[in-house]
Design a protein around this ligand. Structure first.
Ligand SMILES: [Zn+2]
Length: 119
């Protein structure tokens, strides 16, 4: 075998030893923000186990939490976030797209949405 022949398994084991371990682990990343309303307000899928529609945001990113089953789960679909979000129409429907920063508790406007100044 020549020097240029790198076996992928070898590459992976070096990553495990030298690389950032946290990247190699399967623990879900922690949620740092959530939307101000509950997942059900955005029509995000409920618990796949018991079918409960009104679940909470999980402490893990991309997950929701079923208080009935006591499990974190990845919703089957992301409700209104599956497609382009009609921001103005959402507002009319009472959907609040602002986010709560879970570290500071501050409510933030979504980065990709520019709110024109009123007046
Ligand atoms: Zn459940």
């Amino acid at each position: 075998m020549g020097v240029g022949d790198v076996v992928q398994g070898d590459c992976m084991s070096r990553l495990t030893v030298d690389g950032d371990r946290s990247l190699m682990e399967s623990t879900p990343e922690r949620r740092v923000w959530c939307y101000v309303q509950r997942p059900i307000a955005y029509e995000i899928a409920g618990c796949p186990k018991c079918g409960l529609a009104d679940c909470d945001w999980s402490e893990y990113a991309h997950h929701c939490w079923c208080p009935k089953c006591g499990i974190d789960f990845i919703p089957e679909h992301g409700g209104i976030f599956e497609g382009p979000v009609p921001v103005n129409a959402s507002r009319l429907l009472g959907i609040d797209l602002r986010r709560v920063n879970l570290e500071t508790g501050a409510v933030e406007e979504p980065l990709d949405i520019r709110v024109p100044p009123v007046g």
